[in-house]
Design a protein around this ligand. Structure first.
Ligand code: MLT
Length: 323
């Protein structure tokens, strides 16, 4: 008798779970972007959200929840109900580096369910136009000749632009003074205004200012040039061989979100990434779309774990101090 009741209860649960998934989404879905509006993460989330709404049949909203290198926005998503309506947008910084820097009150792997790996882009070394350097080697000479540590804009400790800065210090031996902002959009504004000396930014964020000539570009941190910016050399070509960093992004939902809902969100994102108009927008920003065999939710999970193993030693060795 007891077994029969339990079996019936389990069937009821499965049925209701499927019913919930069947009706998902029945109201707008929100992507929480942990950095300021107008930046590279925000831009990608809005481009994808605009197309995902067609697949999901509901509006896809973007909410910017900033601070602490993106860890506050991710925490907001982690604490949300596991029902697929709150999605965490993140990247190498927020879903890898922050775990080696902050005492997070959540676990980046155990408290989040991977949904889909999103496009990536190499970082780009850029400076204010007042810097009298025309090449990367001239920039390094100028940076080394400064009386104090040159100022480098970041989106906060643990952000992609900060990790790139730590890596740059490691490779060049040049100590930088990091200036944290709530995203690389406001940091870029200050670079254009000459308030800070340089950034190691996502190509997708700086590329339009480089094209406008309001900032100066020296190299992209990859072994191949960016198709939409063929005139910018690689770090290998420009004199910093091997200084490679690609910032990849992704979507996650809270752990215990039904797998049927994860599958629906994944399918909507993949459909958006297949859309020619969306691809054109992303590639024009210098973004590289993942290969098909990397678009399943498990692929993001495996990649995140591999990146944690790769980056944590360098980040922990840098002994980053955060309040
Ligand atoms: C942003 O959108 O501001 C960036 O993703 C921040 C960063 O990680 O550098």
């Amino acid at each position: 008798m007891r077994k029969a009741i339990l079996a019936m209860f389990a069937a009821l649960l499965a049925f209701s779970g499927n019913a919930v998934a069947d009706n998902f989404p029945s109201r707008p879905v929100t992507i929480v972007v942990p950095f300021a509006a107008g930046g590279p993460s925000d831009a990608m989330a809005r481009i994808l959200g605009e197309r995902m709404k067609l697949a999901l049949g509901q509006a896809v909203l973007v909410e910017n929840v900033t601070g602490a290198g993106g860890s506050i926005g991710v925490g907001r998503a982690v604490r949300s109900p596991p029902d697929g309506y709150i999605i965490s947008f993140g990247h190498l910084g927020t879903h890898v580096a922050n775990g080696a820097i902050y005492k997070l009150n959540y676990d980046l792997v155990d408290d989040l369910e991977p949904v889909v790996l999103l496009p990536s882009n190499p970082m780009i070394i850029v400076s204010k136009t007042a810097v009298p350097a025309k090449s990367l080697s001239e920039l390094l000479t100028w940076l080394r000749s400064q009386p104090g540590p040159p100022t480098a804009g970041t989106a906060g400790a643990g952000s992609g632009s900060h990790i790139a800065g730590l890596y740059f210090e490691n490779v060049t031996g040049i100590r930088l003074q990091f200036v944290p902002y709530r995203g690389t959009a406001p940091a870029l504004n200050d670079l254009v205004a000459g308030q800070i000396d340089l950034m190691i930014d996502q190509t997708s964020n700086s590329i339009n200012q480089v094209r406008a000539g309001t900032i100066r570009a020296y190299a992209v941190t990859d072994d191949k040039r960016v198709d939409s910016a063929p005139d910018i050399p690689t770090t290998d070509e420009a004199g910093l061989p091997g200084f490679h960093m690609t910032l990849w992004s992704g979507l996650w939902v809270p752990k215990r979100t039904p797998k049927e809902i994860v599958a629906k969100l994944n399918a909507a994102a993949v459909e958006a990434l297949h859309d020619p108009g969306v691809r054109k927008q992303l590639e024009n920003l210098g973004l590289q779309i993942p290969a098909e065999d990397r678009l399943a939710p498990q692929a993001l999970g495996a990649w995140q774990k591999a990146e944690i193993a790769k980056w944590w030693p360098m980040i922990k060795a840098a002994d980053v101090k955060v309040e």
